[in-house]
Design a protein around this ligand. Structure first.
Ligand code: F6R
Length: 602
């Protein structure tokens, strides 16, 4: 949530900040602002709306200076207006504060500050930090930040500049912050893509870290001011990977990257008759698995449940992380708790895995972002290697999560002795084909664009799938909702007759996952039930199928693959359907309303 960029060096700070914020706009995009230090003053510019509005304002109001801080906002407290945009400046204009997260005790803090004569110019919780720091300031900015934070609690990635100091002071608890290291310049950001044009050498701050960032260097301390050592990490994401590369939208680019992503996820890990994952955990120690995740990652967890139960014969419970963390789940030392997350920063997922760990579970993260918060808290991490995902609607990370869960299930099955070598060889051969099969599926795009055009005026959509394709239906519905704003519901196909069937009429497009599987006939019956009630069926079926076309108005054919791997291939047409529908409706595909890419507040 919210993008942060800070810069101190020799370049024009406003240009570096604007460029970095553009790369982070997926994190929040309802307002933006920056403050630049020049001639002993902090000059601020803030605008409600997308970053382009701020960029326009900057074009006619240059802010010279080589130290500055900037922000794109995703509103929590206070509407997206100019005054509520960050940075927040103190009345005297000497301190500029940028904050991601939520200060939970901001109301009592604000009351105290008001009583002591401060006046506020925004409705945000963040502004209290500016006033608190001002009160504590006696010439040492880092000390003032430290004292202010000792009174505030909640989540924060905090970035502070003072007009008399050639430094940026930062601190984090919960919300992520990363420092980029340059020569004669240093950077601060909430996420790596902002840093990629300038440096690959980064320090991921840990919870409870503070840092003083100057042109010459970076000093990391804890919140008490004691010096701490943090590893300098080389990030391997390329700049091109974080840019659109000629595609109209990041989402489309990321959909097309999926064959390469699968190669990266699987690459080097598939052996002749097994899988090498480089994990330290011992699968035979566990007699049950809990998987927690949110949104799209939760649907990957659902697919993972089917895979683990089928291949490793271990009972698996899955739950959305925001529920799990408050449910007092039954966990013991024989529970393996897995969390799945693209960003590795989703607060609900992080808290859920902490809860499992507190109760004695072994923990494993299935994660995309290297060095992210979750990777530091789990016992072991299985990286999915999807590269930077910028489109707010997750696509390539999902497919990589599915591939990672399939490998994990094979690996656990082998270790537990539940999988015959022959079955393993068969599955691995199918997994090796996945990049090519996804490539072939992408060729369906013109046909899918035509279907999207045909149904784009629909008010509602229904998605149905059985067994391991039920989560595919849910993921298809989520994608459509997120970027087209069309209401979409998903059900396991067998549930349709228990209620949702009442929704069916001639206006309702029903997407049915009817790929080759042991449950194929039952799904074809569901299609007939929809047709009998006048519903319009868009089926996803296996190439060579001659049945489904008799009942469905539209069929999207996907290549045949092992039924347990079908979700990897079948989700692609649903991603494209959502994308093409959103384009037809003129929606902002990469920055859908109300959403933010990584949700670091509750
Ligand atoms: C959907 C989407 C979200 C995320 C969810 C979890 O397209 O992007 O539903 O999947 O917020 O995010 P991560 O995987 O970063 O934990």
């Amino acid at each position: 949530m919210c993008g942060i960029v800070g810069y101190v060096g020799f370049r024009p700070a406003s240009a570096v900040i604007l460029d970095g914020l553009k790369r982070l706009e997926y994190r929040g995009y309802d307002s933006a602002g920056l403050a630049v230090k020049a001639n002993g003053r902090l000059e601020v510019l803030k605008r409600a709306g997308k970053l382009s509005v701020l960029a326009e304002a900057l074009a006619s109001h240059a802010l010279p200076g080589s130290l500055g801080v900037g922000h794109t906002r995703w509103a929590t407290h206070g509407a997206p207006t100019d005054p509520n945009a960050h940075p927040h400046l103190t009345e005297k204009g000497d301190i500029a504060v940028i904050h991601n997260g939520i200060i939970e005790n901001y109301l009592p803090l604000k009351e105290g500050l008001l009583a002591r004569g401060h006046t506020f110019s925004s409705e945000t919780d963040s502004e209290v930090l500016a006033h608190l720091i001002e009160e504590k300031y006696r010439g040492d900015l880092a000390e003032a930040v430290r004292l202010a934070l000792s009174e505030a609690y909640g989540a924060y990635a905090l970035v502070v500049a003072h007009r008399d100091h050639e430094e940026i002071v930062v601190a984090r608890t919960v919300s992520p912050l990363v420092i980029g290291l340059g020569e004669g310049e240093n950077f601060v950001a909430s996420d790596v893509p902002a840093l990629l044009p300038y440096t690959r050498r980064v320090i991921f701050l840990h919870d409870g870290d503070m840092a003083i960032v100057t042109r010459e260097g970076v000093a990391v301390t804890d919140l008490a001011g004691n010096s701490v050592e943090r590893e300098v990490v080389m990030v391997d994401w390329s700049l091109e990977a974080a840019e659109k590369g000629g595609y109209p939208h990041y989402m489309l680019k990321e959909i097309y990257e999926q064959p390469r992503v699968l190669e990266n996820t699987l690459g080097g890990r598939l052996q002749e008759a097994g899988v090498t994952l480089g994990l330290g955990l011992e699968p035979t120690r566990y007699d049950k698995v809990h998987i927690v995740a949110c949104g799209t990652a939760y649907y990957a967890a659902w697919v993972g449940k089917y895979l683990l139960e089928a291949l490793a014969r271990v009972p698996v419970e899955i739950e959305v992380a925001s529920e799990y963390r408050y449910r007092d789940p039954v966990v013991d030392g024989k529970t393996l708790a897995i969390c799945i997350s693209q960003s590795g920063e989703t607060i609900d997922t992080l808290e859920a895995i902490r809860e499992a760990k507190r109760k004695g579970a072994g923990t494993l993260g299935v994660i995309n972002a290297k060095g992210s918060s979750i990777t530091r808290e789990v016992d072991d991490t299985l990286y999915i290697h999807a590269g930077p995902e910028i489109g707010v609607a997750s696509t390539k990370a999902y497919i990589a999560m599915l591939a990672a869960m399939a490998m994990l299930a094979v690996w656990m099955g082998r270790a537990k002795g539940t999988l015959e070598e022959k079955a393993v060889r068969e599955l691995l051969a199918e997994m090796r084909r996945l990049p090519r099969l996804v490539e072939e599926t992408l060729e369906q795009r013109p046909h899918i664009a035509h279907i999207a055009e045909k149904y784009h005026q629909a008010q509602d959509y229904l998605f149905l799938g059985r067994h391991i394709q039920a989560p595919t239906a849910y993921e298809g519905a989520l994608k459509l909702k997120e970027i087209s704003y069309i209401h979409a519901e998903a059900y396991p196909a067998g549930e349709m007759k228990h209620g949702p069937i009442a929704l069916i009429d001639e206006r309702l497009p029903v997407v049915v996952l009817a790929t080759h599987s042991p449950f194929y006939e039952k799904t074809v019956s569901n299609i007939q039930e929809v047709r009998a009630r006048g519903g319009r069926v868009i089926a996803v079926a296996t190439e060579g199928d001659t049945e489904v076309g008799k009942f469905a108005q539209d069929v999207i054919y996907v290549p045949k693959v092992h039924p347990l791997l079908a979700p990897v291939v079948s989700v692609v047409p649903l991603q494209l359907l959502a994308y093409e529908t959103a384009v037809c409706l003129g929606r902002d595909v990469d920055q859908p309303r109300n959403l933010a890419k990584s949700v670091t507040v509750e």
